[in-house]
Design a protein around this ligand. Structure first.
Ligand SMILES: [Cu+2]
Length: 130
């Protein structure tokens, strides 16, 4: 009887540790991201043709990231070698815009590279174009 009880307590403690551990790592992942990127498109949703993408960049403290160099690569991942790139120009307060002509529908990967002082950050964003 007593042995069984101890076993249950041991398992309960183990599960709690696991839960606490995974909770911590999820939290540190979201707080350690140096740049957060939110993308808006015009038209919304983006479709084949001329599209303006506006990137809203914030730092790890959720403050607008101003004065950064922002490079955008668009890759039509359904095909080999269909890639275009350019620099997004800053509009105001951490808001950067770039225009693209998306000639084909399907899956596109947008790679955003952000550079500011010593900071370098890169993120892939998946776009589905109708
Ligand atoms: Cu293509």
């Amino acid at each position: 009887m007593r042995k069984w009880f101890l076993l249950v307590v041991f398992f309960a403690g183990f599960v709690f540790l696991l839960a606490a551990c995974s909770g911590n790592s999820a939290e540190s992942q979201t707080t350690s991201k140096p740049v957060n990127i939110r993308v808006e498109s015009n038209p919304d949703p983006a479709e084949v043709g001329d599209v303006t993408f506006t990137l809203f960049l914030t730092d790890e403290k959720s403050k607008p990231l101003e004065g950064a160099q922002v490079e955008v690569v668009l890759d039509h991942t359904d095909m080999m070698g269909m890639t275009m790139s350019g620099s997004a120009s800053e509009q105001s307060g951490g808001k950067y815009a770039i225009q693209a002509n998306l000639s084909m529908s399907g899956n596109w990967k947008m790679t955003v590279s952000v550079k500011k002082d010593g900071l370098e950050y890169k993120e892939d964003i998946t776009l589905t174009i109708r």
